[in-house]
Design a protein around this ligand. Structure first.
Ligand code: FEO
Length: 172
C-alpha cells in the first residue's frame, strides 16, 4: 500500500503529465498555425508521449490499489515569439519535470518504498533523454538561424517523428 504522501505525490505527477501533454499540444497548435507543420507534428507526438507517461502512472496507481482522482488541468501557454522560444520553453518545462521526479524518488527512498523507487527510475532515465533531445533540437535551431531554406529542411526532418507506445502500456 502506498503512503498517503506518496499517493498525493503520484496523483500530482499524474496531473502534471496531463498538463505536459497540454503544454506540447498548445506548442503543436502554435507551430501548425505558423505553417511549420513538421515541428507541429513533432510536438503532437511529444503530447502523445506525455499522455502515455500519465497512463503509466495511472496504471501503477491502480496496481498499488490507489484510486485515481483526477484534478483540473492548468491552462498552457499558447503564444510564442519564435520556434526557438517554443523549444526553449519546452526544455525549461522538462527541467521542472525532472525536479519533480527527483523529489518523488527521494520520498520513495525516505519511506523505503522500493517498488515506487524502482517504478520512478524509468522516468528519471527518460528525463535525461528528454532534456538531451530538447538541447539537441535547440542546437540545431541555433545552427540554422533565420535561414528559411534550412528551417524548411529541418521542419521536414522533424515531421518524420513517430509515436512508439511504451512497453508498460502494451496490453493495457
Ligand atoms: Fe513526461 Fe516530458 O516528461
Amino acid at each position: 500500500m502506498l503512503s498517503t504522501a506518496m499517493q498525493a505525490a503520484l496523483l500530482k505527477q499524474l496531473n502534471h503529465e496531463f498538463f505536459s501533454s497540454y503544454v506540447y499540444l498548445a506548442m503543436a497548435a502554435w507551430c501548425e498555425d505558423k505553417g511549420v507543420r513538421g515541428f507541429g507534428r513533432w510536438m503532437r507526438i511529444q503530447a502523445q508521449e506525455e499522455m502515455a507517461h500519465a497512463m503509466i502512472i495511472y496504471r501503477y496507481l491502480g496496481d498499488r490499489d490507489c484510486r485515481v482522482i483526477l484534478d483540473t488541468i492548468q491552462k498552457p501557454e499558447a503564444d510564442f515569439g519564435s520556434i526557438m522560444e517554443v523549444f526553449r520553453a519546452a526544455l525549461e518545462h522538462e527541467r521542472q519535470v525532472s525536479r519533480s521526479f527527483a523529489s518523488i524518488a527521494a520520498l520513495a527512498q525516505d519511506e523505503r518504498d522500493f517498488a515506487t523507487g524502482n517504478f520512478v527510475q524509468f522516468f528519471i532515465d527518460e528525463q535525461v533523454e528528454e532534456e538531451a533531445s530538447f538541447r539537441d533540437l535547440i542546437d540545431q535551431l541555433k545552427l540554422v538561424g533565420d535561414h528559411g531554406h534550412a528551417i524548411f529542411m529541418l521542419d521536414r526532418e522533424f515531421g518524420q517523428r513517430q509515436f512508439v507506445l511504451p512497453a508498460q502500456l502494451q496490453n493495457f
